[in-house]
Write a protein of this length. Structure first.
Length: 226
């Protein structure tokens, strides 16, 4: 299985790029096809302009386009998870007896099973990894913690559907201040919100994008000795 290099870029007028290796899932082959997503997309030129790294432009653009399509694909699931979690908490707060709670969880489980399972089956392993990150962004909780807290409906749902998405760490957090890919995801989301490509839903925790830009600029400069 060939190794492809994912380019981490800084979201500034000038920035540098570093690469990290990852083995693609064979189910990701569809991402090598031309982008057929309708609506506005983000040009890599809007994210990074660095003539000194021009030899990486073609690969950087390809990898950025792949990441962008993945974010567009899985963000709605993460957004719905946060919305449904809010509704679930509100519903549970009104229930007093364990019997009523059990019935309510059953309704939630049936809903998740009918609404999400058919769509989640279409996700690749990498799609699933990004989904887990975005669920953390939207809920403030890891998928693992959600399963543990909402054992009835959530546990059945995720255990059945993430089993096939092997090699996914359900405890993964969303850390745009530490992980280059997460920073890129955040820039994709912000611009997609601004363009109307995705419906905005605030993160469960504060994210200071200008501060992140400065941080990654300094980090990239330090890594190249500039």
């Amino acid at each position: 299985m060939k190794v492809w290099r994912f380019i981490i870029t800084a979201f500034l007028i000038t920035a540098t790029a570093v690469a990290q290796e990852e083995k693609p899932d064979k189910r990701d082959d569809y991402l090598n096809q031309p982008d057929t997503i309708s609506g506005p997309t983000i040009s890599l030129d809007e994210v990074v302009i660095d003539t000194r790294k021009s030899k990486l432009d073609a690969e950087a653009r390809r990898q950025f386009a792949i990441l962008q399509r993945r974010v567009y694909k899985v963000y709605p699931y993460a957004k719905n998870t946060a919305t449904n979690l809010t509704a679930l908490n509100a519903g549970m707060a009104k229930l007093k007896s364990k019997k009523d709670q059990k019935k309510y969880f059953k309704i939630v489980e049936d809903y998740l099973d009918n609404q999400f399972k058919p769509q989640l089956k279409k996700l690749s392993r990498k799609d699933g990894q990004i989904l887990v990150k975005l669920i953390y962004r939207q809920t403030g909780n890891s998928t693992y913690d959600l399963i543990r807290e909402y054992k009835s409906g959530w546990k059945a749902f995720w255990s059945n559907n993430t089993a096939r998405l092997f090699d996914i760490n359900l405890k993964t957090k969303y850390q745009p201040d530490e992980v280059g890919e997460d920073y890129l995801i955040e820039t994709i989301l912000v611009r997609a919100f601004q363009s109307g490509r995705l419906q905005r839903q605030d993160a469960a925790f504060a994210i200071d994008l200008p501060k992140l830009k400065e941080y990654w600029s300094d980090k990239m400069s330090a890594s190249t000795g500039e």
